[in-house]
Ligand binder design. Structure first.
Ligand code: AMP
Length: 281
């Protein structure tokens, strides 16, 4: 497996693969890998001849006071995990390689970034869209795999790819959960045992809402109150938001008529956890 740290070498590697007629899939990550990331990699391997995994804790998607410095990192463990799924290459640039002196450009996706996580993290999606555009230009993939766990992020990337004519297939992969239902996340390591028990309420609330919706309940207010009640009963979590939104516009919806999602974000001391479920058609 090849390890690449510079933009130039990454681009040359991908160019050479394309000249050999090979297709390339990329799985962008911030490292501290878990089974959720590995499921994306396995999908990438199925979809393409060559799999490139990027590991980059992108400073520009963290706001002031967020956990950029504390974000968990374990290069050696990550390297072994990526190798274990049979990936061909890790692209792991330093921040100075991605944002050298004089750097001043950004990609803005205007509307669908304004709700949900974009409300509490106003600079986050510009950081995400910009780094993903850069990672696409570095790795030159035919397809890129993103998890539905970061549902709004997936929609932002899809929008950016459509709007800016990136010739890349974007594949959304299902959320991988722990046995107790908690969505896998590198940030779960921040949770104490008690917080972890309490955090099960997130997936429990989402499954109950899904069942209620399947049973015919279409009023978003009722479903949101139900979920917030379950999470609020656990004293350790502080709800950032629990919302039902239209999947295309990311705007809040009052009644579920077409494809919608319940998305939520909840703080447990240092950890801000997100989760979601698709509802409706
Ligand atoms: P991150 O390293 O947290 O930036 O995540 C990198 C990619 O892995 C993103 O596309 C995430 O949506 C995806 N991902 C993270 N956690 C999960 C999970 N539990 N299930 C599926 N995909 C995930």
């Amino acid at each position: 497996m090849r390890i690449i740290n510079t933009v130039g070498e990454m681009q040359r590697f991908s160019d050479a693969l394309h000249r050999q007629g090979k297709t390339v899939a990329v799985v962008p990550t911030m490292g501290f890998l878990h089974e959720g990331h590995l499921s994306l990699m396995r999908l990438g391997k199925q979809k393409s001849d060559v799999l490139v995994v990027t590991i980059f804790v992108n400073p520009t998607q963290f706001g002031p006071g967020e956990d950029f410095e504390d974000y968990p990192r374990d290069w050696e463990r990550d390297r072994q995990l990526v190798e274990s799924v049979g990936a061909d290459c890790i692209f792991a640039p330093e921040a100075a390689e991605m944002y050298p002196e004089g750097y001043q450009s950004a990609v803005t996706v205007r509307h669908i970034t304004q709700n949900l996580c974009g409300l509490s993290r106003p600079t986050h999606f510009e950081g995400v869209a910009t780094v993903v555009a850069k990672l696409f230009n570095c790795t030159k993939p035919d397809c890129a795999i993103f998890g539905q766990k970061d549902f709004q992020q997936l929609m932002v990337i899809r929008r950016m790819v459509r709007d800016l004519d990136f010739d890349i297939e974007i594949v959304g992969a299902p959320i991988v959960r722990e046995e107790d239902g908690i969505a896998m996340s590198s940030r779960n390591t921040y949770l104490s045992e008690e917080e972890r028990r309490s955090a099960r309420s997130l997936s429990r609330a989402l499954s109950e809402v899904k069942a209620l919706c399947a049973g015919g309940e279409r009023d978003a207010g009722t479903l949101v109150r139900h979920a917030a009640g379950i999470i609020g009963a656990e004293k350790l979590g502080r709800i950032d938001y629990v919302k039902i939104c239209d999947v295309d516009t990311m705007q809040d919806t009052g009644r579920i008529t077409g494809a919608a999602a319940m998305a939520l974000a909840v703080h447990f001391s240092r950890a801000r956890l997100i989760d979601n479920v698709l509802l409706g058609e």
